[in-house]
Write a protein that binds this ligand. Structure first.
Ligand code: HEC
Length: 459
């Protein structure tokens, strides 16, 4: 991405600094805090949906740009109780303890909007219930760019882009095909709480979307900013402490309503019924996904290892917000234990030197590395400043999840009215490295090997 200069002047100060591409900067109205959640599970009542009406209106307004394709999403008739799919490093599996889901009967798979999309369009099991760039690329090729994921509203780099030929479509959906990115159009907060303005003349907008008043900002303080974001996995959701990359959704039910009105351009006069919301949330919180088989190490739950999706169900039973909190905020008072990973501890002492055993021992050594190698944390807003520690060596690499969402959240003018009171829990989506990986398989492996393990230390 080109380097560019954006100038943002707030009510209090003016700044000018180089950023990569177009950046939006929020100023804090209080000190940053480490990531946290308010209550159990995924709901965060501190969130307001002040951003939602304008985001929904924007998605509806984008109908002025007509999609040439109208087809609906191809969907399998059933998601079995245990589904296994091949991926780059072996096999990924989704486990539904409650039994199979017949897709015709569940609104997650139903066409509830106007552009042919369903939740399944962007959340598919073989890709860890998200989409990978490789998967999207394959869909573009197979469908000639007609699959419902290729819709102007947010599949395109900008809804105003050209889709008149296959070649033009290839360009218009480039960020989706090459990076798995969806355009998330979010309004600037209301003028009375906005603490900056965007000096449009000085913005370099490589996609001509945020700077075009039809699709973006209508003035330096009003309109839509386009963010390009990876689709988050809609699985293992019982472990969430906040919802969406920026934590802007208060509940999964609200998330489903908004997803239907934006991604699927559903009719705002007939939003999802309470029953539809319940079915969607029941489905997506009732599935567990992880890498289940590795090409080299074989079965990831062999010889007492606990990889694969099934152990996640037991993990969930032991999970609570703040479990093994490195900031000492475990509500049950238990101290932080940095020996977090124990999925593969029994593989440390395996005997034999055949390739599979060697690969297993390697996985076990990797787990030890994650548990024990400290990484210096210096100058990280949300950690060093909050803890008043210049350099922290306390946590191993895995234990300190990046505090980004907390920073974004507490900087969000929408939420700053009720900033999160205490650093209590950490959010799994703070691993951008795993999630932005081009290989979804890798991401899911990382989920399996990295993300769920912290939870284990609770027992
Ligand atoms: C066009 C693609 C697309 C469609 C269709 C779609 N989503 Fe998503 N989903 C995304 C993207 C992109 C994000 C992350 C956006 C963000 O954080 O700003 C996301 C995030 C989520 C999350 C948040 C997970 C987390 O870890 O916080 C859930 C849950 C979810 N979607 C469920 C759904 C449901 C339910 C539907 C159908 C009603 C749906 N999605 C339809 C693209 C899509």
């Amino acid at each position: 991405m080109k380097r560019s200069v954006i100038s943002i002047s707030s009510l209090f100060k003016s700044l000018r600094f180089p950023v990569a591409g177009l950046a939006l900067v929020f100023f804090l109205d209080g000190p940053p805090r480490p990531a946290s959640a308010q209550t159990a599970k995924s709901d965060d009542p501190a969130q307001t949906r002040a951003w939602a009406p304008a985001a929904i209106e924007h998605a509806q307004k984008m109908r002025i740009f007509k999609d040439p394709d109208l087809g609906s999403q191809p969907t399998p008739p059933v998601i079995p109780r245990f589904e296994v799919d091949g991926d780059a490093s072996g096999r990924i599996a989704t486990f539904q303890p409650g039994g199979p889901t017949f897709t015709a009967l569940n609104p997650f798979f139903q066409n509830l909007g106007t552009n042919g999309r369903t939740c399944f369009t962007c959340h598919q099991p073989q890709e860890g219930w998200t989409v990978s760039a490789a998967g999207v690329h394959a869909r573009f090729k197979a469908s000639g760019g007609t699959d419902p994921i290729f819709r102007l509203v947010d599949g395109a780099t900008c809804p105003s882009d050209d889709v008149s030929t296959l070649k033009a479509k290839r360009e218009t959906y480039k960020l989706l095909i090459e990076k798995g990115l969806i355009r998330v159009g979010i309004p600037l907060p209301a003028p009375e709480i906005l603490q900056f303005k965007v000096v449009l003349k000085k913005v370099v907008d490589p996609y001509n979307c945020t700077t075009n008043p039809k699709t973006g900002l209508t003035s330096p303080t009003t309109g839509i900013m386009s963010m390009y974001r990876r689709v988050l996995p809609s699985t293992n959701l019982g472990f969430l402490s906040t919802i969406m990359w920026d934590g802007r959704e208060p509940t999964l039910e609200n998330q489903a309503i908004d997803a239907t009105l934006t991604h699927a351009q559903g009719n705002p006069n007939t939003p999802l019924t309470v029953e539809q919301q319940r079915q969607i949330v029941d489905f997506e919180t009732g599935i567990f996904t992880a890498q289940n088989f590795d090409k080299e190490a074989g079965n990831l739950h062999a010889l007492h290892a606990t990889g694969g999706p099934k152990p996640l169900l037991q993990q969930l039973a032991k999970f609570f917000i703040g479990v093994n909190d490195p900031f000492g905020m475990n509500p049950k008072g238990a101290p932080f234990d940095k020996h977090i990973f124990d999925l593969y501890k029994y593989w440390q002492d395996l005997r034999g030197n055949d390739t599979e055993t060697e690969a297993r021992k390697s996985v076990a050594r990797g787990e030890v590395v994650f548990n024990t190698i400290p990484i210096k944390i210096t100058g990280v807003a949300g950690i060093n400043d909050v803890l008043k520690v210049k350099t922290s060596m306390d946590f191993a690499a895995h234990a300190t999840i990046r505090p980004m969402p907390a920073i974004i959240r507490s900087r969000h003018p929408w939420t700053s009215a009720s900033p999160t009171p205490e650093p209590r829990a950490l959010r799994r989506s703070t691993f951008p490295d795993c999630r932005s990986s081009p290989s979804n398989a890798l991401m899911v492996r990382s989920l399996d090997r990295l993300l769920w393990s912290p939870i284990r230390a609770a027992h």
